[in-house]
Ligand binder design. Structure first.
Ligand code: AMO
Length: 441
């Protein structure tokens, strides 16, 4: 019998630690990303967990043949760490010896080791397991990690409890049109469109909760903004004074995210050419006023009084940017008939809701607002909408047995990442996007 005590036998140095080994002979592992042959020597880029490390092969000191190496081979190198100011890491590795752990069977059909992967979106996604090995492609998801890290860090500081709600559910929270149906042992069930019901229920338990998890939308349209599975960042909090508390909390949360990206993701920002937006305050405008302003400024007749057309979101964002310098804008008081049944109607005008969207560089990235907490009011709204209250029995249980005034929001992680990186398609910020035509890889 053997005892496992949790100690990794670490034969190689962590790349993050290499800077402390200048002048020493060390071993590190990684994949050969790029070989650039020169006369008598070669530059070899080693792809490690998060960084590319510059190595030098030279006939003078390397005890192996350059021909023994091939790109995408996994290796352990023995090397001398040499200071090098011109290298981004501040050092380079003189390769002394190399152990090849594995070699690829075939060459990747797309060139992945240039600055950009120069291919169609289709190819980029079809060959995702390997195109993501490209430095710029993989930086997207390092930055996305920074976003969720910042969100978690912030919400933890604000005493939110992280939850994990079910994704197989018996009723949809966000309306019937885009729900995936499941055969659940002979009964009808659905894939969760959002954790809405569960995060609200948990406000009755923990007061402040959040979840970062996949949700599913059977969107039948093929657009640059819609995914059929996306990662929803949700939070929900009790004892709020008004829905503006949620907007305040989101503003501070986004500010913290930018601080994390500023301080810890410098290299990834450089690779992705990201300029972080400065968030001091975020302007807020009422929906109907925004409609009016856009119509007047751009001479566009208002066609839809209930929602924005995608073009209007873009126009509003550029107008706000022009006038205030902000890349973000809150739009508040959406019409009641356009919002889900759990949204709280405004006291001043029951046709409007105490709700908001947040637009970031022309795209809606968040929806939020205050929820109905009274049992009678919620039951009436369900009935008035011609919905069957029996379907929402377990949801209504929390209202029946007492809830504080509460509200929250849902932010689309891919949309947020994609706008931050100025991408023109949200698919690029999803590791393995699911859309109308795509369930692989
Ligand atoms: P909503 O349905 O507006 O609200 O979704 C919240 C946010 O999720 C993102 N999003 C999407 N991202 C990619 N593909 C999609 N198909 C897609 N649909 C939505 C958007 C959007 O702003 N329960 C409420 C939130 C709340 O009030 O707490 C909800 O889900 O960024």
């Amino acid at each position: 019998m053997k005892n496992i005590v949790g100690i990794l036998e670490n034969k190689t140095v962590e790349v993050e630690d290499l800077i402390n080994h200048i002048g020493e002979k060390i071993k590190v592992h990684g994949s050969i990303y790029k070989i650039r042959k020169m006369s008598g020597f070669a530059f070899i880029l080693l792809r490690t967990k998060r960084k590319l490390v510059q190595c030098i092969f030279s006939k003078e000191y390397s005890m192996f043949e350059l021909e023994d190496l091939s790109e995408e081979s996994c290796v352990v190198v023995t090397a001398q760490v040499i200071p090098e100011q011109r290298s981004k890491t501040g050092f380079e590795l003189q390769l002394l010896d190399i152990e090849v752990l594995s070699k690829p069977d075939q060459q990747i059909p797309i060139v992945i080791n240039n600055k950009r992967v120069d291919t169609s979106l289709e190819n980029l996604l079809n060959f995702r397991p390997v195109t993501l090995r490209n430095e710029r492609e993989r930086a997207i998801f390092l930055l996305q990690e920074g976003i969720t890290l910042g969100i978690r860090e912030f919400l933890k500081q604000e005493n939110f409890t992280e939850i994990h709600s079910p994704k197989i559910v018996h009723a949809g929270a966000e309306g019937g049109a885009n729900i995936f149906r499941l055969d659940y042992f002979g009964k009808e069930a659905y894939l969760a469109q959002s954790p809405q019901f569960y995060k609200q229920m948990m406000v009755g338990v923990y007061e402040r909760v959040f979840e970062i998890a996949p949700v599913f939308r059977a969107e039948k349209h093929d657009t640059s903004r819609h995914l059929n599975e996306y990662t929803s960042v949700d939070f929900e909090m009790g004892y709020i004074k008004s829905f503006e508390d949620i907007m305040e909390m989101e503003t501070r949360m986004l500010r913290h995210v930018m601080e994390v990206l500023e301080s810890c993701y410098k290299e990834e920002r450089r690779i992705s050419n990201v300029k972080l937006p400065y968030i001091e305050e975020i302007p807020a405008i009422k929906f109907i006023e925004a409609k009016d302003v856009i119509s007047k400024k751009y001479n566009r007749p208002i066609v839809d009084y209930d929602d924005f057309e995608p073009e209007e979101e873009k126009l509003l964002s550029s107008l706000i940017k022009e006038e205030t310098g902000s890349d973000f804008v809150f739009v508040t008081h959406y019409p009641s008939r356009k919002r889900p049944f759990y949204a709280m109607d405004s006291k001043e005008n029951a046709e409007e809701t105490d709700s908001f969207d947040l637009l970031f560089k022309g795209l809606e990235i968040t929806t939020g607002g205050q929820r109905i907490h009274s049992y009678d009011k919620q039951l009436n709204k369900i009935k008035n909408r011609g919905m069957n209250p029996d379907l929402f029995e377990s949801y209504l249980m929390m209202h029946r047995y007492g809830m504080p005034p509460h509200g929250g929001l849902g932010l689309g992680l891919e949309r947020f990442t994609s706008r931050l990186l100025d991408q023109d398609n949200v698919r690029l910020s999803s590791l393995f996007p699911r859309d109308l035509n795509r369930v692989t890889p």
